[in-house]
Each structure stands twice: as C-alpha cells, then as structure tokens.
Design a protein around this ligand. Sequence first.
Ligand SMILES: Nc1nc2c(ncn2[C@@H]2O[C@H](COP(=O)(O)OP(=O)(O)O)[C@@H](O)[C@H]2O)c(=O)[nH]1
Ligand SMILES: [Mg+2]
Length: 388
Amino acid sequence: MTALSPGEQVIKIVRDELVETLGKDNAKLKFASQPPTVILMAGLQGSGKTTTSGKLANWLKNGGHRPLLVSVDVYRPAAREQLKVVAAAIKANLYEGEVGEANTATVERLAKEARREAIISGCDVLIVDTAGRLHIDDQLMDEMQSLKRMLNPQEILFVADSMTGQDAVRSADEFHKKLTLTGVVLTKMDGDARGGAALSIRQVTGQPIKFIGVGEKYDALEPFHPDRIVSRILGMGDIMSLIEKAESQIDKKKAHELAAKALTGDGFSLGDFRDQLKQVRKMGSMQSIIGMLPSIGAFSGLQKAADKVDEKQINRVEAIINSMTSHERDHHEVINGSRRKRIARGSGTSVQEVNNLLRQYVQMKKMFKQMGKPSFARRLAGMKMPGM
Ligand SMILES: Nc1nc2c(ncn2[C@@H]2O[C@H](COP(=O)(O)OP(=O)(O)O)[C@@H](O)[C@H]2O)c(=O)[nH]1
Ligand SMILES: [Mg+2]
C-alpha cells in the first residue's frame, strides 16, 4: 500500500469492493451431464437476443461444441429469418421446423422438436432464441415459463442492452422474478455506456454477468471480467481490453512489413503513412481508444490531450494523402508549390496544412531511419534508464 497515495488507496478499496460485488471471476456456462445442454435466451425486443444467440453458437463452436440454434419467435417471420441468416454466416446448425399457427402451442411444439433434433443430429447444446416485446407483458412471460418447464434449461440468460441503463435493470428484475435467471449477457458494451447497469443488474438478480457483447459481428462476444468493467465505471481505463483490441485487430503482418520498410531507410512512403493511419482507425475512433486509457493520477495529462485530439484532423490528413498521385506518395520531394496548391484544393484543406503534413512526414521518416541503424540499437542498449 505504500506505493499508493491515500486518494489512490480509497479508489483501490472501492474498486476491490465493486469487483467483489460483481463476482470475482467471469462465470462459466453450465453444461448438462446428459446432453443436450439447453440455453434459453430471454430479454426485451432489440436487446440483442438473436445476435447473441449467434455469437454464443460461434463461441461454443470454437470451443469444440456442436450447437443447434432454434428460433421460437413464431410471431415475427423476420425474426426467424434473421436467425437463419446468422446460422448460415457462422455455419451453425439450425432447426427450422414448420410454424403453422402463431401461438404458444406452436412455440412449445417447435422447442420440443428442436430438442429431439439436437439429440438425433448429435448437437450437444441447444440455443433457444425467443420472442421479445418492447415491454414485458403477461403472454410473453407465460410463454417463457412454459418453455422453462418443458426444456428444463441449464441456462436462462437474460440479454440486456447496456445502453438502456435503468430500463434494463427493471426488466432484469421482472424476468428474474418470473423465471429465475441463471446469468446475464450485457450487450452493446462497445458503445459509450460505461456499464454501470452491470452493477445494478447483478444486485437485483444476484446472478453473474457471463458475457458482454462488444459489437455487431459474431465474434464480438467476450467473457465478462468484473475488474475491467469496474475500472471502466470508475474511469480508470480498460487498459487490458485496449491491449487485446489492439492485438487482435491491428494486422500484425502488415505492421511488421511497415516497420521493416521504415527502418531500412527510404521505404516509408506517404502511402505507407496513410496505411498506418487506417490501422489506427481500425481500432475504433481515437476518442474511444483514448477514453479507455487511465484518466487519473499521473495520466491526467493524457486525458487533457485526448480531449484535444481531433478525429477530423486524421480525416484531413487522410484526405490530403488521398489527393496526391501515387507518384507523389512515393516521391514526396516532387511535391512543389503548384502541386501543394492542387492537393490542398483537392482535399478541401489549405496549403499550410499540406505543408505541415509534409514537414511532419519528413521528420518521421528521418526518425525511423535513425532507429533502424545498428548504432541506435547500441545506444539504446547502453542507456542507463532510471529504475531499470
Ligand atoms: N454495437 C452492438 N450492437 C449490437 C450488439 N448486440 C446486438 N446488437 C445490435 O442490436 C440490434 C438488435 O439485436 P437483435 O439481436 O436483433 O435483438 P433481439 O430483438 O433481442 O433479437 C441489432 O442491430 C444488432 O446488430 C452489440 O454487442 N454491440
Ligand atoms: Mg430477435
């Protein structure tokens, strides 16, 4: 504790308590001793049930399982069609069945058939995507209860949209009272929501948050890590997530190639520079990246810098490079006064901005070249850094 100031100690204590409240580790899924394991997806319309069903199936598949998807939303053909598209995209098995009349009896029949299908086709997990309403109503709840009685699911996962905050908490409470949930999936955590709903939902249901949804793609599902969410809620930044995000999304090979090119001297062209900006952009907006970094203590300066980072600035730089010919991109020295004027006009910027960019680029190139020299590595190795 001597390493922390009193203020930091308070934050650490609050942080540790919140992590404790949320449950120390990310909870695992329960599997049936006798397959198929049944996972019932519950939640309001638009919360992300269908998308999450697909993500879960994908996640299970990657873990060596054979999931079977079924939609029992007999009231909306589009919803069933949506799951079909999802299943095709991730190449997961889907039980379609015949709908016939849209009522609870059909829902029950489909569920029963799907379970039989899972057994016959050797699928060990059945994921049941259910109908949602914009508001909780009795018919929806009755139907969910009858599905629960019939399927005796190992998991009843409540899918909650983290962007809706307290609304999600209220519906979690109601679903839990009627169904006894076994876990929660918090979706749309890739948005601005800090995830405070996680705390309240955990509090009212007593059930662990098992996964978070972090995007619309089918691999955008992550096991829930309480410590990360707490850091995010407290504004300490989610550095771990940032690192993972960077590692998974930056094309490593491309980065390597660029680095090698840059370090050997003249290889680093304006086109490469633009590629690099694109890599940065892939990670999400600069604001959201910097938003994940710590904003307290020694890092407060960074936050101030973050507020100043202008997303539009990057767009302008990209626009300027786009307005160059490929020859100009490879040979910046040919960009004379009249070319600068043309590039500025073409990119909707000013000659001064073009000048600035070129100046920065030349500096960068020089620096890279310096770094690539063996003497640089020697100097670096010989440097005595405090604390090392
Ligand atoms: N950004 C983001 N969008 C999501 C996430 N999960 C679901 N969505 C989107 O939310 C919308 C509703 O999702 P859907 O699965 O159809 O909800 P359902 O009505 O509960 O089945 C869709 O546009 C999804 O792409 C997520 O984790 N992040
Ligand atoms: Mg749906």
